[in-house]
Design a protein around this ligand. Structure first.
Ligand code: SF4
Ligand code: SF4
Length: 386
């Protein structure tokens, strides 16, 4: 643990002054299958095939064994019958893995508990599971499109909460959206009826976002900035203060959410494609969950991310993102590593400067981008600042 923690600490510190060849955080989508019918996400309408196999996932991690933080997501990852083999491939091939985290809608309690127990039995120091709940029972079921889904999610969470191991924590996760923007208190009360000692800090809060390539939900009803800001402030008060690094990150995320909600711009210079990278369930690499800028397919690069980065002109991609030439977002999946890369104040001019790479070799040819509209800056003068 000490070694992987030191490596992550070093990588975070380095991300404050320069970009490494490869990111330290990976978001890996395992499937676009899902049996819920959420109103804010259309993943469930997809009929995916040709998803990465366990062998391909293992080959990818064998070639990139240095990720410190892996977020696996879906769809619902537990719909993959080989999920335990996937976990084994990730944990066996990753030498520096310090954190693995994943969300679940919590509808397959036995299966989720079994796979989580398997993961908890590994030596990965930090394991975080988030069970999605979007409000008290009736509201949750309405948003998630399946009656009884709240009860199943809470049953799963209660079971996951009984698993004990240092460094392992389950959470509830609420996605704040137009339908539930005022519902945190009701959710907390409903959850406490089932788990009386539940602390507000056990509920993570995210802001709903549009994403064409991921959620397939362009046209999502926007959040009302005033109500969402007020809700985030009230949630912060509920949660109180804690010196735990994860709690600090969450508090910082929530306190900057107000700026994002009011401006539509990411409140700090984004480190997507530098500190983190997104790989979909077919092996297509993009900067993040939101920005539809395909950088290439791992299958075309023999699962070698450096080779794909070179062909995609990663230096230019990072520079574009740092200048704010992207759709902008403020979701914890992307914000946390960006916050960690912005611990040191940076001069504004750095955003327009070339971004030094830790080692040479990056090509300057940009990958074809089928979503030029999404790349257009929202304002031609503005550059996101701290
Ligand atoms: S939000 Fe999650 S649970 Fe809902 S449809 Fe999308 S992937 Fe499924
Ligand atoms: S700010 Fe832009 S590049 Fe960064 S995570 Fe959000 S959409 Fe992606």
């Amino acid at each position: 643990m000490a070694r992987s923690l030191l490596k992550l600490g070093w990588r975070i510190a380095r991300s404050n002054v320069t970009d490494a060849r490869l990111p330290f955080k990976l978001t890996l989508i395992l499937t676009y299958r899902c049996q819920l019918r959420c109103t804010m996400c259309n993943i469930w309408q997809r009929r995916p095939n040709d998803e990465l196999t366990v062998d391909e996932i293992r080959a990818f991690f064998r070639k990139q064994p240095r990720f410190s933080w892996v977020n696996v997501s879906g769809g619902e990852i537990f719909l993959r019958s080989d999920i335990q083999d996937v976990f084994a491939a990730i944990t066996e091939e990753s030498r520096d893995l310090y954190v693995i985290d994943f969300p679940t809608h919590g509808q397959q309690t036995e299966r989720i508990e079994a796979a989580t127990r398997q993961l908890v039995g590994t030596r990965v120091p930090r394991i975080f599971v988030t069970v999605s709940v979007d409000g008290p029972p009736a509201l949750h079921d309405e948003i998630r499109g399946v009656e009884g889904s709240f009860d199943k999610a809470m049953e799963t969470f209660a079971r996951l909460r009984k698993i004990r191991r240092r460094g392992y924590r389950p959470f509830l996760g609420m996605t704040l959206q137009a339908k539930n923007v005022d519902a945190f208190d009701d959710l907390l009360a409903a959850a406490r009826r089932r788990i009386p000692d539940l602390h507000a800090r056990e509920i993570h809060v995210n802001l709903s976002h549009e994403s064409g390539h991921y959620y397939d939900n362009i046209g999502l009803e926007p959040l009302d900035a005033d109500r969402a800001s007020a809700a985030m402030a009230a949630i912060r008060d509920h949660r109180g203060t804690s010196l735990h690094p994860v709690a600090w990150l969450e508090r910082r995320y929530q306190s900057l959410a107000d700026r994002y909600l009011r401006t539509g711009r990411t409140p700090v210079p984004c480190h997507a494609a530098a500190s983190s990278i997104f790989v979909d369930s077919f092996g297509v690499v993009r900067p993040c969950t939101i920005y539809d800028r395909p950088l290439g397919s791992l299958r075309d690069h023999d699962f070698n991310l450096e080779s794909l980065f070179d062909a995609a002109g990663i230096h230019d991609v990072r520079a574009d993102i740092r200048r704010g030439n992207c759709p902008h977002c403020w979701t914890p999946c992307e914000a946390y590593q960006t916050l960690l890369a912005n611990l040191l104040p940076k001069p504004r001019r750095r955003l327009a400067d070339p971004i030094p790479l830790a080692s040479p070799g990056a090509s300057t040819t940009s990958a074809a981008d089928p979503n030029a509209r999404a790349r257009a800056p929202r304002s031609d003068a503005e550059v996101p600042t701290r």
